[in-house]
Design a protein around this ligand. Sequence first.
Ligand code: XMP
Length: 518
Amino acid sequence: MDKILVLDFGGQTAQLIGRRIRECGVYAEVVAGDSRAADVLDLDVKGVVLSGSPYSVYEKDAPHASADILDSGLPMLGICYGFHHIVAAGGGVVEPRESREFGRASVRFLNGAGGPLFAGVPDGFVSWMSHGDSVAELPDGCSTIAVSDTFIAAAAYEGRPVFGLQFHPEVSHCEHGRTILENFATKICGARREWDVDRYLSEASDEVARRVGSRDVLVLISGGVDSTVVAALLLATVAPERVHLMYIDTGLMRKNETEEVAESLTGLGARNLHLVDAAEEFFSALEGVCDPEKKREIIGDTFMTVLETRIAELSIPSDAILAQGTLYTDMIESGKGVGKRAAVIKSHHNVRSPLIEAKRLAGEVVEPLRNLYKDEVRALGRRLGVPESIIGRHPFPGPGLAVRILGDVTRRRCEVLREADALFISELKRRELYHKIWQAFCVLLPVRSVGVTGDARNYGDVLALRAITSRDGMTADVYPFEMNDLLEISSLITNSIRGVGRVVYDVSSKPPATIEWE
Ligand code: XMP
């Protein structure tokens, strides 16, 4: 399949560049900025984009593209730092600006039109920039195509398909940004639009079949969309009797989660579904523990012990390959670019299990979703018949309800929270709000407060509701409920969940707060 490589120099929007190109139907892959041609260039690569970076191009540790990629003769598009990199490599000059500039800037073409990169883009469009440096002098053979009031906005080499943009076409605030990236990918690089879910599904199935061969395969199921989609892919590709699915019920799951997971996997053809009820192990390990990090550590360790013991009991063949739902975004260590991915283990508990480590070291792990973004995984899941109830479910943290019960995690408190949470979520669905919200849940606070029921005073739990909007969980805004919805949900909860005497709504964005409370 034709593809565009995006060299990631650590800029915040490197992934987004790949994303936007894929939205045009052209496959794009983001690789570490310092990748060598031998590792990443193949006949499918039709062009290269150099991303932005937090570095200045002359800084000591600034990342560089390898010379064999720069000299490959492929079409190139440098964005911000990527542009500076092309300029510096060609002998031009980049200068620091007095202060970083963020925001909108109108861009004018020098000759009234910007040539093939800007086909269909009107003169005077509004770009979006975020830069501390700008180009002071272009290299020989390179000339300005477009300017803003204060900087060279776009330049190109004459007779070579090498372009630079000072602004960021990938961000949604940049007008016609998508057209510019589409022009680069399809008109300048000539890449064919071959990227779609069906194609990915067929390539991923071929890869899985080849890697798994005649062996058995083990998938750890968390209940979330990623591991379920991997399971669905395996069940559609490998003989179902060779696919072992293991789901560990920690007792800290959402209401009916285990039943729903079992039902959906059975519906997808699972024959070897191992549902492990380990609630007792988790509750006793968590007894008396209030510190959030300690809770996470205990849950991770307990998960690992349960996993290793049960796998041994199940006598899954020792040469079984492990399949994981690692996503493209899981591969990225922020600020360093992809490629530095060695230690990434995607599992909802971040298991540092010796068994998994050994498989990873032996190259016995398949990650068929590793090139996908979350919504692409959802599309793939739909194509594979994964039920909508799993595909569209809000994210859930690996340590489960334990990090939503502030203070001591007991069975009773877990039960109160689980019931309240289920009621909150079902009300959101009934009110058609669930899919407008990125994540919603309840938190049980470690304080009790006085209430009055009938003529009696009581002393009940305090429950916080959390509902946020977000793109990726990195930042979040509070969901602005209509007051009536909040009031009705609050009274439903206090009327029907025994023990909860008071409901509060968390109105903190992220940052400064996080999404979860612990
Ligand atoms: P925070 O609380 O960090 O959450 O703003 C961002 C997103 O990550 C989820 N989250 C976790 N997921 N293990 C996970 O698998 C964890 O320990 C964990 N902590 C938070 C959270 O639900 C939100 O979607």
